[in-house]
Design a protein around this ligand. Structure first.
Ligand SMILES: [Zn+2]
Ligand SMILES: [Zn+2]
Length: 171
């Protein structure tokens, strides 16, 4: 009986060990929010500053979040779900590795492109991207914004009143 139990524990180290599962739950519950916060900090930093210095937080977040979710999966799920987690985890791991190694550059490019768009305005006439402070389109000369005659503030081309001084804008 004692030996049987020993063998059972040996063969099912992870599968049916309530203490280990409880630990995994605790680890998962600690790691997942920390990873999430790191991801969030990385993202917010990247999108809110011109010279992001904390983009590494994004990758750190993935590194922490991934084991955290795996721990939660193993800690909380039943027999069937555990089997599924065993199937999904290697795939998720590969995807994470792929993301980190292969597409890190692509990802940065994509995010940079998204950031770049927010710094430009599209000409409504010819669709040319112009820098946000352009008054006229550099491709077709279409008027993109109006400078307030009173205070010099740049306003959208269809503005009726200045967004800074509230003065009426004459076209
Ligand atoms: Zn244009
Ligand atoms: Zn004004």
């Amino acid at each position: 009986m004692q030996q049987n139990k020993g063998d059972y524990m040996k063969n099912n180290k992870l599968k049916d060990n309530p203490i280990l599962r409880k630990r995994l739950r605790i680890i998962g519950l600690i790691l997942t929010p920390i990873g999430g916060i790191c991801l969030l900090i990385g993202f917010l930093d990247f999108f809110s500053r011109d010279m992001p210095t904390m983009f590494w937080m994004f990758f750190l977040g993935i590194f922490i979040l991934f084991p955290g979710t795996v721990c939660l999966q193993y800690g909380y799920m039943g027999k069937l779900a555990r089997y599924k987690a065993g199937e999904v985890a290697p795939v998720a791991k590969d995807t994470t590795n792929y993301l980190l190694d292969g597409t890190r550059e692509e990802l940065a490019k994509t995010i940079n492109a998204t950031r770049g768009l927010s710094h430009t305005i599209k000409c409504p006439k010819c669709s040319e991207e112009n820098s946000k402070d352009s008054v006229f389109c550099n491709h077709c000369g279409h008027k993109l914004s109006i400078l307030c005659r009173t205070c010099g503030m740049q306003n959208d081309a269809d503005s009726k009143f200045c967004k800074k001084c509230g003065g009426g804008i004459e076209l």
